[in-house]
Design a protein around this ligand. Structure first.
Ligand SMILES: C[S@@+](CC[C@H](N)C(=O)[O-])C[C@H]1O[C@@H](n2cnc3c(N)ncnc32)[C@H](O)[C@@H]1O
Length: 275
């Protein structure tokens, strides 16, 4: 599929998800986000969701909880790549306080409408949702302290560009703190494709070593990839069998290899623009 087509598939999918929440259903399968699948379910504590509009929690489509794992300090500027219904932006805004700011960036109009409505309901001022693509971030060089993201980089067909743009907008010493789907080790291509589609990675997830290498090439340091949720073949059995694969037979090639991970890296304090 061409990059442009991948982007359109992703946009259509998340426009539908946003509309389902706006119409009162859950984002991912007509139920509540907390009950629909092993990827998006139970990522946030009750304390976190209790303080947010119900629609922000219902629209949660991530695969981790980056703001819980990222150290955010009052006064900092945070940018969420692919902010969806805004859950991580609203949580970040609280952490950075009134002297800080949280930006959400998303390309899907329906998600932006939902996120802005969630911001209004949450009554927070230090938040701004921007329309745009994570491959071309509409913010100046060296303007952000922390870039977060929740299960969006795996959707991009141009991950090098996303990482280069992230590096560009970070201030020297700024941090990347994202949740993303990662593959660990070799998996036969046909099997890999089916599992990725089950997880929702239309454009393919990165193998852990490739992720580290790409971050290093762009100029990041202190790179760390920490698994937060490892997926089981059993969870994907129905989907894989519909795709014509024998889940039992491929289990040894898949088990323990697909995971959500928390990826950390830092732009060197001495960094000028690297690219
Ligand atoms: C899996 S959802 C995650 C939403 C949110 N981060 C969360 O945790 O609920 C992906 C979101 O990223 C947006 N998105 C995907 N690819 C994008 C791109 N290339 N540029 C901007 N936004 C993108 C989609 O519109 C969608 O809102």
């Amino acid at each position: 599929m061409a990059d442009h087509d991948i982007k359109q598939v992703v946009k259509d999918k998340y426009a539908q998800a946003a509309l389902r929440v706006i119409e009162g259903d859950g984002a991912c399968c007509g139920g509540t986000a907390s009950t629909c699948d092993p990827i998006t379910s139970n990522l946030y504590s009750q304390t976190e969701t209790a303080a947010l509009p119900a629609e922000a929690a219902a629209a949660s489509l991530g695969c981790g909880n980056p703001t819980a794992l990222a150290a955010l300090v009052p006064g900092e500027v945070v940018l969420d790549l692919g902010s969806g219904g805004g859950i991580d932006v609203l949580l970040s805004a609280r952490r950075v306080g009134p002297t800080g700011k949280a930006y959400g960036l998303d390309m899907t109009d329906e998600m932006l409408t939902l996120a802005r409505e969630n911001q209004r309901k949450a009554g927070v001022d230090n938040v701004e949702f921007l329309k745009g693509e994570i491959e071309q971030i509409p913010l100046p060089d060296s303007s952000v302290d922390v870039v977060i993201s929740n299960c969006v980089i795996n959707l991009s067909a141009d991950k090098d560009r996303v990482l280069a743009e992230t590096f560009r907008v970070l201030k020297p010493g700024g941090r990347l703190a994202v949740s993303d789907v990662v593959v660990r080790g070799e998996v036969p291509p046909e099997v890999r494709r089916s599992v990725e589609l089950w997880i929702g990675c239309v454009a393919g997830a990165l193998e852990e070593r490739d992720y580290r290498a790409k971050l290093d090439t762009v100029g990041f340091e202190a790179i760390d990839v920490e698994p937060t949720r490892v997926y089981r073949v059993e969870d994907a059995r129905e989907f894989l069998e519909k795709a014509g694969l024998d889940a039992g037979a491929i289990a040894p090639q898949v088990e323990g290899k697909f995971m959500s991970a928390f990826i950390r890296a830092r732009k060197p304090a001495s960094a000028a623009r690297h690219l």
